[in-house]
Design a protein around this ligand. Structure first.
Ligand code: GRG
Length: 296
């Protein structure tokens, strides 16, 4: 398959859908919507929504069924980036190749834009109209799993652990816990949500959850490697910032070579997990392999 064309087609579909959910609104009273819109459309790979749609396809479902959840996941992800960049957290000036939200607007507006995106995500999910009888229960299950993955038992909890670990030596086990929660939880939820909304069986949902967990960890390792080896221009965010902040990372703990091997191993395992799903899962196979060669 042509992965580049597939990703471009999916990105266009997701962007059209996000535009429909969050039209650009102008005028001083709509400053927060402007800021939400600015960060949501500042770029981004749309990885979480792409995984969600691909997981629905992998179980033989209609990706359209998963589109509201896919958009909600991208909104939650964008909120997390806006808040992560704030002066109280990472204090970054550049994100997705553009000034961060608090740099473009101001700190209070950036906080509200993040809050607005997080809340809107759950509005979209709650307002989604299931196309088939019986899909209401799947939607409720997805709302439950996404809220858990985004909150203190997932991303928020991981971010807290990450901030607490700054400047101190952590073990490999601690690092894995941080990343499983901070980055992995939402990526795993994206795959699981897609499988549920695509009408997958319990065993198919379990397979895609396992894929998501391995993918999430491999994604974080390659993100850490990019911070060491990538360029600011390619990534659209400052390179080398993990080391400058004495952040716990895989290359810092394991070295570059061992980290690369570990990421490769996880990708191979994730791909092997998908075997029972056959050719329908090919996009997910290719997306996992792409992790090992990505430059942004
Ligand atoms: C503030 C609650 C809260 C959480 C923040 C996700 C996160 C937690 C912080 C982001 C910091 C960071 C760089 C984490 C590494 C992995 C990661 C999430 C990278 C960015 O995701 P991509 O590469 O970004 O999918 P794009 O811009 O392509 O969407």
């Amino acid at each position: 398959m042509n992965l580049k064309a597939y990703l471009e087609e999916r990105r266009a579909l997701i962007n059209r859908s996000l535009q429909a959910y969050l039209p650009a609104v102008r005028g001083p009273a709509f400053r927060v919507v402007e800021a939400m819109h600015y960060s949501l459309f500042a770029g981004g790979k749309r990885l979480r929504p792409i995984l969600c749609l691909a997981a629905a396809e992998a179980v033989g479902g209609d990706p359209g069924e998963a589109l509201p959840a896919a958009c909600a996941l991208e909104m939650i992800h964008t909120y997390s980036l806006i808040h992560d960049d704030l002066p109280a957290m990472d204090d970054d000036d550049l994100r997705r190749g553009k000034p961060t939200c608090h740099r473009q607007f101001d700190e209070a507006t950036a906080i509200l834009a993040g809050d607005g995106l997080l809340t809107e995500a759950f509005h979209i999910l709650a307002a989604a109209s299931p196309r088939h009888a019986g899909s209401e229960a799947s939607l409720l299950e997805v709302i439950e799993l996404i809220s858990k993955a985004a909150g203190y038992q997932g991303m928020v909890g991981g971010q807290m652990l990450d901030l607490q670990a700054e400047g101190r030596q952590v073990t490999l086990k601690e690092l894995e816990t941080i990343h499983r929660l901070k980055t992995g939880a939402l990526l795993t939820a994206s795959c699981r949500a897609g499988a549920i909304l695509g009408g997958g069986t319990r065993s198919e949902i379990t397979i895609l959850t396992g894929y998501g967990e391995k993918f999430g960890l491999a994604f974080q390792i390659t993100d850490d490697l990019l911070d060491v080896e990538g360029s600011t221009a390619e990534m659209g965010k400052p390179a080398g910032s993990d080391e400058a902040r004495q952040k716990a990372t895989y290359p810092a703990l394991l070295g570059v070579e061992k980290s690369r091997e570990w990421a490769k191993h996880l990708v191979e395992e994730a791909v092997r997990d998908l075997e029972p799903l056959g050719p329908k899962a090919q996009p997910l196979v290719e997306i996992a392999r792409y992790l090992l060669v990505r430059r942004a």
